[in-house]
Design a protein around this ligand. Sequence first.
Ligand code: KIV
Length: 294
Amino acid sequence: MAKRVTIRFLLDAKANGERITLVTAYDYPTALACDEAGADVLLIGDSLGMVVQGQDTTLPVTLEHILYHTRMVARAAKRAMVLADMPFLSYQVSPEEAVRNAGRLLAEGGAQAVKLEGGRAVATTVRRMVDSGIPVMGHLGLTPQSVHAFGGYRVQGRTREAAAALLLDSLALEEAGAFAIVLELVPAEVAEEVSKRLRIPTIGIGSGEGCDGQAQVLPDMIGLYESGPRHARRYAEVGKAIRDAVAAYCGDVRTMAFPGPENAPSLGSESAEVLAAMRQAVGEATQNDEPDQV
Ligand code: KIV
């Protein structure tokens, strides 16, 4: 069995200039496929609110939702690190609640680490979690839980002030003990500069090739939906494959081309006796019965 991806593995990858791969996973079959395909980190992202539950934002996702999906992913992952997202309000209220909720994701969900959004504002919380033995990944740039504060899903870190703040936030997370940081929708030059200044790896999503690794939301990269974000590359057309398969199935059922004899068990040579017994059981005459005497 392949050795489990650990924090040490990710730090060594950065030190050796080897790129880290992160992909989201929300259920057992896709997690199994992603793990077998060699993804280093499987993130049970709160993006599940949008790509699995069909919500407009990630805000309605609860700790129970993340726990439910983390258990499925953890059962499938043999090599990949299982990373559970901390949903909105599961860590912002107090460091104590953050430790308790993150602890549940590890103890009950089977995650090896958690991810949360924010920089200097959450540094004390991150320190408390790390001191409690909980590995934490940060998330900066476009942090979707702040979508209403940002006024939409916009590129972050464009201005001098915003870029400088992003660097200070990154350094604060590293100092607080985070083992890696996701940089989402940050200008490539800014992400590269942050990556160079950190000892811990950066995992970019829509933030250019200068990051130490890349993250993708699985439904975006496998083409589950008709359209996806600009920063994603479509490696497959799974949505179309599903539509084509289901349309072909419906056609086959309607024309009675499915099921075929091979799709159901058969009694074979026992058939006549078993059917006769069934008819007898409900009082029907079978073919071999004598006609009733009048
Ligand atoms: O929730 C998520 O899928 C994420 C990725 C965008 C990194 O946080």
